[in-house]
Design a protein around this ligand. Structure first.
Ligand code: PLP
Length: 365
């Protein structure tokens, strides 16, 4: 017997979360390009929805996020009964890990996959199995080879954060076809709204054709990160299990209203996507050189790979000195990488200007 409370076995194996730095020199204006937020702010309709709630804050929200699920059903052509909403998609991911993983189980994830997956796997006292990537892209064969009789979940961010790379619909289907039916495939399509590739699927068609796939989405990248709203679309039996465990009021009153308005504001989403596609591709072109490599990104960020860790550190500092805060990648084991969120035109131009000293090829208009 211990003389104090003891956490479950996996908890103390979780590496403490290291947030991105937010300090810039005094007197320099901070431009945050480190959290993949919307550079165009929030949908005007979502802001209006938020303002209209001020007199209702004493009331509990509707527990199942019904109006939000109906809005999502309408916009994406889905049955609202097969949607569950959460306090950010992190909430949904945590719930899935808690429900389907336990001691002795394994979760397979890609080498540079989103770093919440290892945390929630350990949180459920299960083991992490990393599948190596080929050139910063998830490798279907490597993921399938990593599966063992103990595997219960495969997590895949598509496109992935922080690499920006993605698997096309055919590869996703091949991945699913290679998994046992008792393994849950979690397709995390957090950046789906930003994808411009023709062969991409967020996963709705895959969910519809199987009993062991869920698609997880978020509103955070689309202008309402502060409200913390995510959602999942899945088969009825998984939706039922998630409802049983989720908090009874796991999306706030304002979160539900704002997200429903944002979901319906197709024009704002389209504007954000077009802005992002233009400056994402411009930034990648303008950085790429013998000294900087940029894996092709479908997200709202790019990963710039430098020749070594020392140069990367110096590039981070030079950007920060101008107020341009980007994300270092040590927590992903990518010592020579900086993740840069797509921002406004002047900020993208400023990034390229600073990185010319580190080998960027220069503005490519
Ligand atoms: C791939 C991926 N999934 C999920 C999330 C979590 O998003 P949320 O803000 O909805 O919790 C993120 C956020 O960075 C992400 O990059």
């Amino acid at each position: 017997m211990s003389d104090r409370p003891v956490p479950q076995p996996g908890i103390l194996k979780i590496a403490p979360y290291v947030p991105g730095r937010s300090d810039v020199p005094t007197g320099v204006t901070l431009v945050k390009l480190s959290a993949n937020e919307s550079p165009l702010g929030t949908s005007p309709k979502a802001r209006e929805a938020y303002r209209s709630l001020a007199d209702n804050l004493h009331i509990y929200p509707e527990g199942s996020s019904r109006l939000l699920r109906e809005a999502l059903g309408e916009v994406h052509g889905l049955d609202p009964a097969r949607i569950v909403c959460g306090f950010g998609s992190d909430d949904i991911l945590h719930l899935l890990a808690q429900i389907y993983l336990g001691e002795g189980d394994e979760a397979v994830m890609s080498q540079y996959g989103f770093n919440v997956y290892p945390i929630i796997t350990r949180g459920a006292s299960a083991e992490i199995v990393m599948a190596p990537e080929s050139d910063f892209r998830a490798d279907v064969d490597a993921i399938l080879a990593a599966v063992t009789p103990r595997t219960k979940i495969v997590f895949l961010a598509n496109p992935n954060n922080p690499t920006g790379t993605y698997l096309g619909a055919d590869e996703l289907r091949r991945l699913h076809a290679g998994l046992r039916p008792d393994i849950l495939l979690v397709i995390d399509s957090a950046y789906a709204e930003y994808v411009t590739a023709d062969d991409y699927t967020p996963g709705i068609d895959l969910v519809d054709a199987a009993e062991n796939i869920v698609m997880v989405r978020t509103f955070s990248k689309m202008g309402i990160a502060g409200e913390r709203v995510g959602w999942m679309y899945g088969p009825a039996h998984i939706v039922d299990a998630v409802h049983r465990l989720r908090g009874p009021f796991n999306v706030t009153l304002s979160g539900q209203a704002v997200a429903a308005a944002a979901a319906r504001d197709i024009a704002f989403t389209a504007e954000l996507r077009a802005h992002n596609a233009k400056w994402r591709d411009w930034l990648a072109r303008s950085l790429a050189s013998n000294a900087i490599r940029v894996p092709p990104s479908q997200g709202n960020f790019i990963l710039a790979l430098f020749v070594d860790a020392e140069t990367t550190r110096a590039a981070f500092t030079a950007l920060r000195d101008k107020g341009l805060l980007v994300r270092e990648m040590h927590s992903y084991g990518i010592a020579n990488g900086l993740r840069i969120s797509i921002g406004l035109e002047p900020h993208m131009r400023a990034v390229v200007e600073v990185l010319k000293a580190f080998g960027a090829s220069g503005a490519k208009d």
